[in-house]
Design a binder for this molecule. Structure first.
Ligand code: DLL
Length: 432
């Protein structure tokens, strides 16, 4: 099933021609309407007419989150406020949020893009969908909400939090689809267990998880505990929100809505394009956005592009599961460590759960990595020798993957903090 088969199954040549036509248009549009872009182009003597091929995109300077911050709140808008019909913001870890704004056409395009990924994930008009993302400035809730409405499903805007009530609503209102962060999805399943509600008591069949990274192991757990077919979907506020890309039933990368978002992968250090299929930082150019056009926005997300044919019949380029953010990468004793690598190891050990905390400290001149992780069965904590064996196993596996030693502490089930939105797992005390 396709939401827009003409685009989703378009031939590669035709897609590239469409992208080029749109790229030329958006570059001219941004140059003429946003002083920030004009200044950047003028500084290097670049003119919109210099963009004649898709490869010419590499002549355009990158845009970063700092540029959005420096132009807070509305400095990068290409239209007067009068034409803006919606404002969102991403929370940002320090100080002011990043503000993004949409015209009426942007909202239509956004819901189409989200509708495409919903249908690719198996969503249908007959679904009753519970949106358990926090409603508000966050793009996740309203983004998925309007996409599901476009598909014609019945939408329950439950928002996040009050998890027992979430479970009650899901059961009583007959939700067949759940939208949440993967960590909140798992938390919902724990609360269900506490409430004595089994997956068989619910009608859930699919789960659309996004806004933070999730591993295949996590998806398996979501599948086992909630009885859903889980898929991953990706996006970011600066580009549109959710709707940049999403997995289909074959789960072999997220199909990018390439007619609206032109993807590139660059080397994090040299900032040069990588060879086809290599890992690096995702850079996106919005090809059609009116309110806040973004030229070569550096997402900081690490992925790779997949161009071979997908069994689902979509011809669009896919992006692999996000491996981490370049600014999430920890350098511990000189070794690069991505939290997602640690998660992958933890999730592969059946006795421990997906709830963990990573703490990095500096003791003297040496970095210390501690991982607190919950065991699944509390009884394990009473058996000293079994516990020691398990700790040894976790440390060994971590060492193979990370090349460094970690202190592993096994803690009681349900004892670590839970999150209703994106989980925050890393505490780096060295920066304080
Ligand atoms: O999280 C948009 C979104 C909402 C996507 C709901 C999917 C579902 P921001 O709050 O601006 O927007 O955060 C964007 O979240 O740069 C990634 O680092 C991370 N992220 C988003 N989706 C995924 C994913 C929304 N599927 C930032 N896997 C991005 C891994 C993700 N990381």
């Amino acid at each position: 099933m396709f939401f827009d088969s003409k685009i989703e199954q378009m031939g590669r040549e035709e897609m590239r021609a469409l992208q080029l036509e749109r790229l030329k248009k958006i570059v001219k549009y941004a140059y003429e309407r946003v002083p920030f872009y004009k200044k950047k182009f003028d500084e290097i003597g670049l003119k919109p007419e210099d963009i004649q091929t898709l490869e010419d995109i590499s002549k355009i300077p990158y845009t970063t989150k700092t540029d959005l911050r420096d132009n807070y709140p509305y400095g990068l808008l290409a239209v007067p406020m009068d034409d803006i019909v919606r404002v969102h913001a991403s929370s940002g870890t320090s100080g002011k949020p990043t503000v993004v704004a949409y015209t009426k056409n942007d909202l239509d395009m956004w819901s189409d893009c989200v509708a495409r990924l919903i249908v690719a994930a198996g969503g249908k008009k007959s679904d009753v969908v519970q949106i358990s993302f926090g409603y508000g400035l966050f793009t996740g809730a309203l983004g998925l909400h309007q996409g599901w409405e476009k598909v014609g499903a019945s939408v329950i805007p439950a928002s996040s939090g009050n998890t027992e009530r979430q479970v009650m609503l899901m059961k009583d209102l007959g939700a067949t689809a759940l939208v949440a962060t993967p960590s909140y999805g798992l938390y919902i399943s724990e609360v269900m267990e506490k409430m004595g509600i089994k997956k068989e008591d619910l009608k859930l069949r699919i789960g659309l998880f996004g806004s933070e990274a999730s591993s295949p192991e996590m998806h398996k757990e979501l599948q086992d505990k909630l009885g859903v077919f889980p898929t991953d979907n990706y996006g970011l506020s600066e580009i549109i929100g959710p709707g940049v890309s999403g997995e289909c039933e074959y789960k072999c990368g997220m199909h990018i809505n390439e007619d609206h978002f032109y993807p590139e992968i660059i080397d994090r250090e040299t900032l040069m394009p990588v060879a086809d299929g290599e890992w690096g930082e995702l850079v996106i150019t919005t090809l059609t956005k009116e309110g806040l056009p973004m030229l070569r926005y550096r997402t900081k997300d690490i992925t790779r592009l997949i161009t071979d044919k997908c069994k689902c019949g979509r011809t669009t380029t896919r992006m692999d599961r996000i491996q981490g953010r370049s600014d999430d990468m920890l350098i511990i004793r000189g070794v690069n460590v991505f939290p997602s690598q640690i998660e992958g190891v933890l999730m592969s050990i059946p006795e421990i759960g997906g709830n963990y905390e990573i703490v990095v400290e500096r003791i003297g001149h040496l970095d210390k990595l501690t991982i607190n992780v919950e065991v699944k069965e509390v009884t394990l904590l009473d058996n000293y020798s079994k516990l020691e064996d398990l700790i040894r196993k976790v440390r060994q596996k971590l060492k193979v993957v990370l090349q460094i030693d970690a202190v592993v502490k096994l803690v009681e089930p349900q004892s670590l903090k839970r999150f209703e939105g994106k989980a925050k797992r890393v505490t780096d005390l060295r920066k304080i």
